[in-house]
Design a protein around this ligand. Structure first.
Ligand code: HEM
Length: 467
């Protein structure tokens, strides 16, 4: 037995570590948003002589805690839980998983210290300076990928269920994407090339990692909870291959107003519209899987979260396809609309699915019943109402800004006109922010006081049919 495969941690330990860490990151990340959203609604509400409270310092910390801390660690937890379950084996190395999780938490402390002190590359979503970026590659992303791939190699099943296709490929894509995005840290890539690489990276973190892994989790938990088999494996494969074909190319749609070659913009715009193919495949497959089981939507809390996430994918992808066409892009670029869209993707679509996965998986890993379903429902409604109000306020504010651009109204007047929308976002945002500590409390209480259930080892429970 090798150093890594020693059985000194019980089955499921790594997934539990990741899930709890992810929830803590969600609480911290959303709490930080009080500062950013209040700053945009009432700029002088906080002292202006404390740099750590400046919008420009706190914004990237918020973004990193919710994406890199919450979403990524929730993914890691789901991968460490679902991969062995689908492979009918154990996680290759619980030890590596637990170490990986601690390294990740240490990394988040470093991320906090560097970004809050203004130590940044200045490239959005690739803000981490050398050597923090190398640390992320070597101690965070690589060990997770090795654990997932090794578990898949040791599987006791013949085929690979569609979730595993996504997990295996996305683990590779994120390493490549992150590496390519970090190149300007080492080589003199500047100007438009640097801008293009930055947005290629940012787009693919979403397209080749966050979107497919969120979908992969839904492909597992929705059939599992509903008791129906997946509607169509073929559509699942169409989803997978069309993501590979169309999702990696439209990075330039973030730079439609920049002086990059025109053919590149047209190419990005057209391939971006083709993203509708994987999006449609995913949503249809999930909604059809629920056939005859829609009554469970209001009864099962995990399903309620996950399906709401799937439903948010519909406006998300319609927006995504249209807003990169040149005319629309010109109208909404650089406005609050974009921030609304980003939250629809990461909070509406992705976060709702991950929270569903945690409500499903964590009690099973703990071998306890959920401490309070009532609290989980309050968590759901606060987050859902908060998010809808947040999204509508920001989208409205974005349209006002777009109109101000078209009619060439002085910028400061658009700032004044969008003040009510900023207040709306801050107030609705508070609902989301206050809901997340309830989630943490419910899960801590589940671990401590939840009713015990004698269950099979979670990883060895039967999985949905393999392809
Ligand atoms: C899981 C939850 C969340 C995720 C994944 C998330 C993600 C993000 C992302 C990706 C951005 C950058 C947007 C862009 O560049 O277009 C951002 C910015 C921001 N977020 Fe969040 N966020 C979350 C929760 C919240 C909450 C609850 C609030 C509360 C109001 C909030 C307020 C903000 C603000 C004010 C900004 C800066 C917007 C700007 O620059 O105009 N976020 N967030």
């Amino acid at each position: 037995m090798s150093f890594w495969t020693k059985n000194d941690y019980a089955e499921g330990t790594a997934a539990k570590h990741f899930f709890f860490s992810a929830i803590v990151m969600l609480v911290i990340g959303t709490l930080l948003a009080i500062i950013t959203s209040f700053r945009l609604a009432w700029p002088d509400i906080m002292p202006n002589d404390i740099p750590w409270l400046h919008f420009g310092r706190v914004r990237p910390v918020h973004v990193h805690f919710v994406i890199f801390g919450w979403i990524f660690m929730a993914f890691a937890g789901a991968m460490c839980y679902i991969t062995p379950a689908l492979c009918k084996t154990k996680l290759w190395s619980e030890r590596l998983g637990v170490w990986n999780c601690w390294a990740w938490n240490v990394g988040m402390v470093v991320v906090f210290i560097t970004l809050i002190n203004g130590l940044t590359t200045g490239r959005e979503y690739q803000d981490l300076i050398w050597p923090v970026d190398i640390y992320v590659l070597l101690f965070i992303l690589l060990p997770l990928a090795v654990n997932v791939w090794m578990t898949m190699l040791n599987r006791r099943t013949e085929g690979l269920y569609v979730t595993l296709w996504f997990f295996g490929a996305a683990a590779l894509f994120i390493i490549l994407t992150y590496f390519i995005g970090a190149i300007p840290d080492f080589f003199p890539v500047t100007g438009l090339s640097e801008a293009y690489m930055t947005w290629w990276h940012a787009h693919n973190v979403l397209g080749l990692w966050i979107t497919p892994v969120s979908a992969a989790i839904a492909y597992y938990i929705i059939p599992k909870i509903s008791g129906n088999t997946l509607y169509s494996h073929k559509i699942g494969h169409l989803h997978f291959w069309s993501i590979v074909a169309f999702y990696s190319t439209p990075g330039a749609h973030h730079l439609m107003g920049a002086p990059i070659p025109e053919w590149l913009k047209s190419f990005a715009s057209v391939s971006g519209v083709l993203i509708m193919i994987p999006a449609l495949a995913f949503v249809v497959n999930m909604l059809m899987t629920m056939k005859d089981k829609w009554w469970m939507f209001t009864r099962n809390i995990s399903l309620q979260w996950a399906l709401t996430g799937v439903l948010f994918a519909i406006p998300l992808n319609i927006q995504g396809a249209f807003q990169q066409t040149r005319t629309l892009n010109w109208y909404i670029h650089g406005t609050h609309w974009i921030v609304a869209h980003a939250h629809l993707a990461l909070l509406g679509f992705s976060t709702f699915i991950e929270i569903g996965a945690i409500y499903y998986g964590l009690p099973k890993l703990l071998k306890r019943k959920l401490y309070s379903t009532k609290l989980a429902r309050i968590h759901f409604w606060m987050t859902a109402i908060g998010f809808l109000g947040f999204w509508i306020s920001l989208t409205g504010g974005g349209l006002v800004q777009g109109a101000a651009k078209v009619y060439e109204i002085p910028y400061i007047e658009s700032v004044i006109a969008t003040h009510p929308y900023m207040v709306g976002r801050a107030i609705f945002g508070l609902l989301i922010i206050f809901a997340q500590p309830l989630f943490l409390y419910n899960m801590v209480m589940t671990a401590r006081k939840g009713e015990r259930v004698e269950d099979d080892a979670p990883a060895l429970q039967p999985a949905p049919a393999t392809a």
